[in-house]
Design a protein around this ligand. Structure first.
Ligand code: SF4
Length: 362
């Protein structure tokens, strides 16, 4: 079992971060925030797959004013991501943002930071101090050089300096991120930072890449940190539909046995023994599983060599044969179905089990 590092707890809308609260999974929209309908629609898709916190980019006053409409249309906490302009942060909080992400050092001076802190205290909104390798202040870059795996001093000092600035004005509802595009810089930076502060940490590898590269980089970096008990919330950044970020996030937590959401899907890679169209079946099941909440174990296997063994262990499983599929439930053969009807029969049974699971948990 992984022992979590002790951090302070902060409250972000309806979600606690840090302390004994579960490691939360978040994402960021890629719609134009000023387009309320499209942004809300994307957040609904994120909510459907379990997203617990969502962030939107606030580039101008129109986007800051759109926060109210977005907030009213969704159920999960909403964070406004702001750079450079303190007025946008204040408007976003007035419009109902549950949290803001800023880099206090780029807001244009202490007076402006103080105004943002006053608004955050007034609206009881926590602040993420979000520092990236690319945003480390000039004087720190001159002193420490650009952050690398061997030298994360500038990144850490930048974050702590910005935290001190908020503390100076009596603000402590803080979480911190120090993101880098480099895996080892991320791991070393957060490992060191976790020994220097007890504020909750938001993990992430910035600009991680597309689905495969981004998933690998984020999983290695965040996996190493989470396995050491470091990290209270995170975003997997992918150049993709943000829904994929949530899917990867929960698989990461499941693989480390930190959290489980919905069913566990086991599927074989297929080989020369496969005699049914397993890819279509596995893909359809995988897509449906993302929307399920019941913690079932589901197996989709290609043949009768290893298939029945895994399928038997599962709550529901299928093992392919020649033009047929054998469906198992709770360890027993339930039905032998022609390949043509297999998908329909298997999915219908899965939906029934999900419905039953939801009824029991109600
Ligand atoms: S379960 Fe069967 S089809 Fe799938 S990889 Fe194993 S041997 Fe091949």
């Amino acid at each position: 079992m992984i022992l979590r590092r002790q951090t302070r707890k902060i409250r972000l809308g309806s979600v606690d971060i840090g302390g004994d609260s579960p490691v939360s999974v978040q994402s960021m929209t890629n719609t134009d925030t000023r387009d309320i309908d499209r942004t809300v629609a994307q957040i609904h898709r994120l909510e459907d797959v379990g997203c617990e916190i969502v962030r939107v980019a606030v580039l101008d006053q129109k986007a800051a004013s759109a926060i109210r409409g977005i907030r009213d249309g969704i159920t999960i906490p909403l964070i406004a991501d702001i750079h450079f302009d303190s007025r946008l942060a204040i408007t976003a909080m007035e419009q109902g943002a549950d949290g803001i992400r800023i880099n206090p050092g780029n807001l244009g001076g202490e007076k402006k930071v103080e105004r943002v802190v006053d608004a955050a205290l007034c609206h009881q909104v926590p602040i993420r101090v979000g520092v990236n390798s690319g945003s480390v202040e000039k004087d720190l870059l001159e002193r420490y050089g650009y952050p690398t795996a061997e030298n994360t001093d500038g990144l850490i000092e930048s974050a702590l300096r910005n935290v001190r600035l908020l503390e100076k004005y009596g603000f402590y509802d803080i979480k911190i991120s120090i993101k880098s595009a480099d895996v080892l810089t991320t791991v070393n930076g957060y490992s060191r930072l976790s020994k220097l502060t007890d504020y909750p940490l938001h993990l992430g590898v910035t600009e991680a890449g597309g689905l495969i590269a981004g998933t690998v980089k984020s999983s290695v970096a965040l996996g190493l940190l989470l396995s050491q008990g470091i990290g209270d919330t995170f975003r997997i950044s992918l150049t993709r539909d943000p829904v994929e970020e949530i899917r990867v996030g929960f698989e990461l937590l499941r693989s480390l046995k930190i959290r489980q959401r919905g069913p566990e899907l086991i599927s074989c890679p297929t080989c020369g023994r496969t005699q049914i169209d397993l890819f279509s079946l596995a893909e359809t099941v995988e897509n449906y599983v993302q929307t399920m909440e019941t913690p079932l174990k589901i197996a989709v296997m290609g043949c009768v060599v290893n298939g029945p063994g895994e399928a038997r262990e599962a709550d529901i499983g299928v093992a392919g044969g020649k033009g047929v599929g054998i469906i198992f439930k709770k360890g027993k053969i339930w039905k032998k179905v022609n390949e043509k009807e297999l998908l329909e029969v298997f999915m219908a049974e899965l939906m029934k089990m999900e419905e039953k699971g939801r009824e029991i948990s109600r």
